[in-house]
Each structure stands twice: as C-alpha cells, then as structure tokens.
Design a protein around this ligand. Structure first.
Ligand code: PHE
Length: 351
C-alpha cells in the first residue's frame, strides 16, 4: 500500500471510530490512538523526509490534512458528548420537590422531672432568684455540721445516708448549698438550688435517688410573711390561681421556727370530690404537703458570719421541696418508681 493510501485509510478509520465513540472517555482513547505521540499518523508525518522526493509533497499535505481533520472532528464530537453527559448528570441529580418528603422523625421530649424542675425554676427566676447548683458528693460538714445537726443526729446514721468516706457523703438534701452559697457571696442572697439527692430508701414513695429544689432568701428584713407570700405565688403558678397555702409548725435542725407548707387540694372541695367521694389525692384532708422550710437558724449564720452574715443584722428563710412530689401531685402520678423505669408509655404522656 502506498503511503498516500495508508494516510487515507487511517483518516477514514479514525473518522468512523470518532463518530462511533460513546462517551468522552472513549473519545480520549481515540485521540491517543490516532494523534498521540506514538500513533501511526504523526509518526508518518515526522518521517515524510525519508520518502522519495516526488512523494513528499503529496503525502505530507494529505497527512497534515488528515491530522487536522481528525483533530477538528474530535473537538466537535467531544463538545457534543460533554453536553450530553452534562444533561444526563443533571437529570439524574434532579430533586423532585413534588415528591412526598421523608416522614418527620419523632421529636423527643423532656423527662417529666426535668420539665417540672424548669417550671419551678421559672417561677423563682420571675421572683428575682438565681439558680445555683451544688455538688452531689458532699462533705459531712456542709451536709450536717454547718446545718446545725448535732453529732448524734440520727440522719447521720449509715442506714440513713450513703457514705463515700468518713466525712464524705452523697448529699441527702440540697440544703448544704445554703452554706456554700453564703460562703461564696455576701447578703442579700436569693437563690434556687435544684439537684439530685440520695437516701437509702426504696418503696412506692421513696427511691434512693431523687430530686429537690432548695430556696434561700437572706436579706435585712426577711420574715416568715415573705416566705408565705413567695410560696403562695409559687403554689398558684404551679397548681392553679385558686390555691391557698398553710404553714404548720415542725422541726428541722437548721431552721427556727420550722414549718411544713401545705397547698390547698385542687382535686376537691373540703376533701370531697365533685362525685361526692372522699378525695383520693388529699385523703379527704383538703391539704397537700409540698415542702419543708423555716427561718434560717442563727447557728447556721454563725458558720458564715465572717462572710458578712451577722445574725443580728440579717435574717432569712429556706425551703426544700421534692421535685418528684410536685410532679406526682400535679400530674396524678401514682408511683414514684415510674419516673425511673423509663417506659415510653409513661414518658410520652408528658411534655
Ligand atoms: N432539707 C430538708 C429536707 O430535705 C428540707 C428543708 C430545706 C427544710 C430548707 C428547711 C429548710 O427535708
């Protein structure tokens, strides 16, 4: 075959292959096969000088034309294939906004204890209290001594308190934070202390771990009347605007006088339900006990006198309430243990 025929054959073969190329990758292979550095046509062009003189002109011209023609054709076909491939990709990537979306995944909710804690905090934040948190592992000094518990006080027994060491306990109440907070800031002080507390008890109304909220108000003219007014506001915010509160004398080592506070039952009138039954919530008494409290004992202030708490000059009150108890009363939860079993059928009913 003459060199000229070979150039012709290569050109036709190349053109047919380019037309048949399915995608830009295949086209790239053809560019290398027909126009690459070691391809036949470029080699032929480079060796034109070795041909007989009378052939050089025609072969060189034809080979050059063939090369340019193939280049142009690859360029053109490449543009078309690239455009096609883009269309395919766009079609595949298209989001059909008219399709129904994935179902919304169920949103969680706050545990009733957390929701109730926040509700309580909100009431006191509105009254100007701040929230402070104490520690769950506490020194006996703060849990008992500074709170005026004598060394022989029964609450110190190993049967009533979890000991971590000789003078370290899992706090049995949030009251230790009264003393820690007063050490940390001079009067006036208005704080709310929510948190976990621990006692070795387990029955329908006691779990070894539960939650309390402490309240402490210390200023120059704080009286039991302020306590009553504050707790009345609290009771109405949580249990309804018709509520009344009553204070009954009791004893705590760190308050004097000490009072237990009841809120009027919201489930009955004078202990009788709308159906004429003895009210099961207040057991017919018309009152629900919600917390313990009292005026801060001067003996407690003695422990923080150097921090600005001179019992001759300032006074205050404190209270401690069980968050579980508030939630049980408010929502009619019959068994304390339900809070900790984490059965979704229970949890889903709130929040
Ligand atoms: N800490 C007491 C308890 O757990 C409650 C309390 C707090 C009483 C503050 C008086 C003042 O029972």
């Amino acid at each position: 075959m003459s060199a000229l025929d070979r150039v012709d054959a290569l050109r036709r073969e190349g053109e047919a292959a380019i037309v048949a190329a399915r995608d830009t990758d295949a086209l790239e292979d053809l560019r290398i096969r027909y126009l690459g550095r070691k391809a036949e046509l470029p080699l032929l062009l480079r060796s034109v000088a070795e041909l007989p003189p009378e052939d050089r002109g025609r072969v060189g011209k034809a080979a050059n034309e063939a090369r340019r023609a193939l280049e142009a054709q690859i360029e053109e076909r490449g543009g078309a294939l690239a455009a096609e491939e883009l269309q395919i990709r766009l079609a595949e990537d298209r989001v059909d906004v008219t399709l129904p979306g994935d179902p919304i995944s169920p949103v969680g909710r706050l545990h009733l204890i957390t929701a109730t804690r926040r509700e309580i905090e909100d009431v006191f934040l509105g009254l100007g209290f701040t929230v402070a948190e104490g520690r769950e592992i506490e020194l006996t000094y703060y849990n008992f001594d500074a709170l005026n518990h004598p060394p022989e006080h029964p609450a110190r027994n190993r049967s009533d308190t979890f000991y971590v060491g000789d003078d370290v306990v899992l706090r049995t109440h949030t009251s230790p934070m009264q003393v820690r907070a007063m050490e940390a800031q001079p009067p006036p002080i208005y704080i709310n202390v929510p948190g976990r507390v621990y006692r070795p008890d387990r029955d329908p109304t006691h779990t070894p771990q539960f939650h309390q909220v402490e309240g402490l108000a210390v200023d120059e003219d704080i009286t039991l009347a302020d306590l009553r007014g504050t707790l009345l506001t609290f009771a109405r915010a949580i249990f309804g605007p018709e509520r009344q509160v009553r204070l009954r004398p009791t004893h705590f080592p760190f308050t004097e006088p000490s009072v237990e506070v009841d809120v009027s039952c919201f489930n009955c009138v004078d202990g009788i339900t709308a159906g004429g039954e003895r009210c099961p919530l207040c057991k017919g008494t018309a009152w629900l006990e919600i917390l313990g409290s009292g005026m801060v004992d001067p003996n407690v202030f003695e422990h923080v006198r150097e921090h600005g708490y001179d019992p001759e000059r300032i006074q205050g009150w404190a209270f401690g309430m069980g968050i579980e108890r508030i939630a049980m009363l408010k929502h009619g939860v019959p068994d304390l243990r339900l809070f900790y079993e984490n059965d979704v059928r229970f949890l889903e009913q709130f929040g």
